[in-house]
Design a protein around this ligand. Structure first.
Ligand SMILES: Nc1ncnc2c1ncn2[C@@H]1O[C@H](COP(=O)(O)OP(=O)(O)OP(=O)(O)O)[C@@H](O)[C@H]1O
Ligand SMILES: [Mg+2]
Length: 362
């Protein structure tokens, strides 16, 4: 085999994506691995330049290095960059480029493209987990620090109410104000509880066998008033015999977070319907929360569970509802997923079943 055909064979059969690229960026030749990485056939690749497939944020760095090669400042370079796959997804790649010169004139580039998307995602997941742990620790400390003074305020308020009653003071306005203070304390307490849940401190509640139907009804009871006020029709279709292994308070809070999001998303909609269904599927309990709200744009669908991601005004949300929900559900060996972002936005909570109780009930 001659040198040329040896090279051709190495190029064609390499498991790394390879391309020959003209000095102006046009692909001259590419191998099957590159087509596999980017989703385009060789013919399609040869009709476009690499600039079109490069993520705009990574283009300049690549072009600058290319220019340095052409000007003779360097012969080769290696960078990490992002390409767009034909299906629109982002591919992370390690790109190695060498310039081939003939008679000292740039002839073509040899580009080697290694798909490192999986590694990148694993790395990002680690960074995200570390961030979450830090946020959790800070939240846990704040929650702890605020809890003590809050208990004092709560205690003093009820003492004040008692002594007013004892002294025969009967101004309704004053008592209404005291009730407002109490309600606000309640709100702060629940925010603190949420922050504690976000922290790594594990809830002391033990997991036990719970009826999904009861859990759903308990959560709905807590927000029925709000749902009615917002004129939302609620439909419940839960298999009565379905039991899960869960921490009831944590599960209830998770459900409330999802219901509250649905409630908010339906505020301006003409049709306001919330549907909660639950049934067994392949040995797992599947609880679906469906709403007729404005939906979630595909561009943000992957971010909604990130801590502090919100599209709401500062006064309307902090963006921790879904991240807490995910954390609480994962801690019970369950999973929460956004399974339909638009047109009947659907979240699914998947939980381990509790067989014993369900058999007893049946
Ligand atoms: N059912 C839904 N319909 C439409 N958008 C939703 C729905 N659920 C979540 N979202 C989107 O996901 C974002 C994040 O939700 P998350 O519950 O984590 O925070 P939040 O509701 O904004 O604030 P918080 O829950 O802390 O009050 C929301 O701001 C909203 O854009
Ligand atoms: Mg929320």
């Amino acid at each position: 085999m001659g040198q040329d055909s040896l090279f051709k064979s190495a190029f064609t059969h390499s498991s790394i994506g390879m391309a020959l690229v003209a000095p102006d960026g046009k692909w001259l030749d590419s191998n099957a691995s590159l087509s596999k990485i980017l989703g385009y056939t060789k013919e399609e690749l040869l009709s476009i330049d690499f600039q079109k497939l490069t993520h705009p944020d990574d283009l300049n760095a690549d072009l600058d290095l290319l220019k340095e090669c052409l000007s003779g400042k360097r012969d080769s370079y290696q960078i990490e960059k992002r390409y767009y796959h034909k299906n629109g997804s982002t591919i992370y790649a390690l790109l190695t480029v060498s310039l081939i010169r003939e008679d000292n004139t740039p002839s073509f580039f040899i580009s080697q493209i290694q798909d490192i998307t999986e590694n990148k995602k694993a790395q990002q997941a680690l960074v995200q987990a570390a961030k979450l742990a830090t946020i959790g620790e800070v939240a846990g400390t704040i929650a702890h620090e605020v809890n003590n003074p809050l208990t004092i305020i709560e205690g003093q308020t009820s003492l004040l109410r008692r002594s007013l009653v004892k002294k025969g003071y009967d101004d309704p306005k004053a008592f209404a104000q005291l009730s407002k203070i109490n309600n606000t304390i309640g709100r702060i307490t629940s925010i603190i509880q949420s922050m504690k849940n976000l922290s790594r401190e594990s809830s002391s509640e033990k997991a036990r066998t719970c009826s999904v139907s009861e859990l759903v009804e308990e959560s709905l009871a807590l927000c029925r008033h709000q749902l009615k006020k917002d004129q939302i029709d609620v439909f419940v279709d839960v298999d009565k015999s379905l039991c899960i292994n869960a921490r009831p308070t944590d599960f209830g809070q998770s459900l409330l977070n999802l219901i509250n999001n649905s409630r908010h998303a339906m505020k301006e909609m003409p049709l306001k319907q919330l549907k909660i269904t639950a049934k067994e599927e392949q040995g797992r309990a599947m609880i679906h929360i469906v709403d007729t709200g404005h939906g979630i744009r595909p561009q943000i669908a992957s971010k909604v569970m990130d801590p502090f991601f919100t599209t709401k005004q500062r006064s309307e949300g902090t963006g921790i509802g879904l991240s807490i929900t995910k954390k609480l559900i994962n801690r019970m060996d369950g999973e929460v997923k956004l399974i339909k972002p638009l047109n009947n936005t659907t979240f699914c909570i998947e939980m381990p079943m509790a067989y014993q109780k369900s058999q007893n009930i049946a």
